[in-house]
Design a protein around this ligand. Sequence first.
Ligand SMILES: Cc1cc2nc3c(=O)[nH]c(=O)nc-3n(C[C@H](O)[C@H](O)[C@H](O)COP(=O)(O)OP(=O)(O)OC[C@H]3O[C@@H](n4cnc5c(N)ncnc54)[C@H](O)[C@@H]3O)c2cc1C
Length: 213
Amino acid sequence: MNVLIIFAHPEPNSLNGVMKDLAAKTLRDNGHEVKISDLYRMRFKAVLDENDFSQRQNAEQFNPMMEQVNAVGTGSLSQDIKDEVEKMKWADMIIFQFPVWWSSPPAILKGWFDRVFLPGVVHNIAEGKMYDTGLLKGKKAMLSFTTGAPKEVYSSEGPHGDLNDIFKFITHNILEVTGLEIIPSIGIYGPAMTSKEHVKEELEKFKERINSL
Ligand SMILES: Cc1cc2nc3c(=O)[nH]c(=O)nc-3n(C[C@H](O)[C@H](O)[C@H](O)COP(=O)(O)OP(=O)(O)OC[C@H]3O[C@@H](n4cnc5c(N)ncnc54)[C@H](O)[C@@H]3O)c2cc1C
């Protein structure tokens, strides 16, 4: 299996960095091919803007989705987007590794979706190609994250609500719409509020989950 890890943490030695390295090593030890997009190291541009398009369909007024459709057709996307699209096409599975910031992924990962999940590449809504007929059908995706808050704060009875429900805007409205099959998310909750031994146990569980993929 070809696995693409999208890594969205600014510090390689963070717990997220440890999880990314552990996932890559475990997958490779099991004979899988792994590519990593380390978004901060790549200085990945997080904002969709007119610089993403070398040829404009309408130079007078910038319509982002219209220009995306045009650029996919003419091959005039910026090179960083083309590189990510190639990796995404290569992958059988995409793992998103990130810390939870404001109950969301960091902006750099949202920007990756905005710029890389292109109409005509991941879906074709005009032709009804989404969900079961989305253009990424046959591939899988999984969220892997850490939080500051402990699990009970992100439970259905807790003040924030269940994080897996909050993340439906990603798992359903961004990923499943493209046809991606969702593998249940993995989260390490509140690592800074617990002992290093407990975090190590969580990392062992994480490794077992990756082994089972
Ligand atoms: C802008 C912003 C918004 C935020 N919003 C939220 C929010 O909405 N909800 C929320 O819950 N949190 C929030 N946070 C907190 C954030 O989610 C956590 O700080 C982050 O998830 C921790 O992940 P990390 O990789 O940075 O951990 P690190 O800080 O690198 O590590 C966390 C802990 O794990 C331990 N650890 C690291 N590596 C190992 C190892 N190999 N073995 C054993 N122990 C280890 C360390 O002792 C450390 O205490 C926010 C933070 C920011 C900056």
